[in-house]
Design a protein around this ligand. Structure first.
Ligand SMILES: [Zn+2]
Length: 314
């Protein structure tokens, strides 16, 4: 009977698979009450099941605050299981840093919780979430089963470059609105521990992904992160750091990228020529290179070429 019930439950399970089949999420404690799940320093593939971004959570006496939900329903479920092994506190809020598939498609597993995001993040998930999910299905396959884009249901009405405070027990959080990596980038600073969840404003030892990037805005966001007074930074991708080195690395890479593309456009090079120029060892050593550099050229170069032909546009 027990076996029969187990089989029945498996058959009725909406996804027909267990999160643990795909994701072994071990929370890494980085500060009091503060844990992260570190993603693979890779692009999306069938082996990493899309778990390439970092996510995390803070345990307060008023409940658990989650930052980003990963690439799939099963990843989100694996997060909840891992959180429940650390604390009995319920999850009381989820913050989504930005509308990229590797950061929010685990929302399915948090539909019983308020999911908060900046207005442009909400809008982007509403309008493009289906496309992002189906694109990720193509790249990572079965781990995505049962995943559908869940639009955040709580709007953080913050203009870019402003912030607001919210307390969870003795954890005093500052929500910092920025833009640059994407049209809306939320950073969360826990003033109690000094931990900054920087989302994809900050990359560490992994080439920054720029498809929706505005480099000038991104540099301003990095400056805001630097001025926030954090002690520990959780980048969107790459290891946690205890200094500002990943901010400097991201800023330097973006400045180098913009400069290289502008110079190539001024010389009249084609996108294909720029794309296959070798990278200096400094940048070639970052994870996901040269793939990420080539992706940056394909997204950013056409606009730079146009701006070079007509300097009145920038
Ligand atoms: Zn990301």
């Amino acid at each position: 009977m027990r076996v029969f019930l187990a089989c029945l439950l498996l058959a009725l399970s909406p996804v027909g698979a267990w999160a643990s089949d795909y994701y072994a999420l071990t929370p890494q404690q980085i500060a009091p009450d503060t844990y992260v799940f570190i993603g693979a320093l890779e692009g999306f593939d069938f082996d990493n099941h899309g778990a390439v971004a970092n996510s995390g959570f803070i345990v307060s006496e008023k409940g658990v605050v989650v930052v980003d939900t990963g690439p799939s329903r099963l990843y989100g479920e694996a997060m909840r299981t891992a959180i429940a092994e650390v604390t009995d506190q319920p999850v009381v809020r989820v913050y989504i840093t930005h509308a990229h598939a590797d950061h929010f498609l685990g929302n399915n597993a948090f539909e019983d919780v308020p999911i908060a995001a900046l207005p442009a993040t909400e809008e982007s998930i509403r309008s493009a979430g289906e496309d992002m999910a189906s694109h990720l299905y193509d790249l990572v396959g079965a781990a995505m089963r049962g995943t559908a884009p869940v639009v955040p249901n709580e709007t953080l009405a913050l203009d870019a470059a402003t912030s607001t405070r919210i307390d969870y027990g003795n954890h005093r959080l500052e929500l910092i609105a920025a833009a640059g990596h994407s049209p809306a980038d939320l950073m969360i600073l826990d003033r109690t521990t000094g931990v900054l969840f920087a989302g994809d404003v900050v990359f560490n030892n992994r080439a920054p992904a720029t498809p929706h990037g505005d480099i000038a805005g991104w540099q301003r966001a990095l400056a805001a992160a630097g001025e926030s007074g954090f002690r520990i930074v959780v980048p969107g991708h790459g290891p946690v750091a205890y200094d500002t080195a990943p901010l400097a690395q991201t800023a330097d890479y973006l400045a180098w990228l913009k400069d290289r593309l502008q110079q190539a456009a001024a010389r009249g090079e084609s996108a294909a020529e720029v794309m296959f120029e070798p990278l200096s060892p400094r940048w070639a050593a970052l994870a996901v290179q040269p793939a990420e550099y080539r992706r940056s050229v394909s997204y950013l170069y056409p606009a730079l070429e146009r701006a070079t032909l007509d300097p009145s546009q920038d």
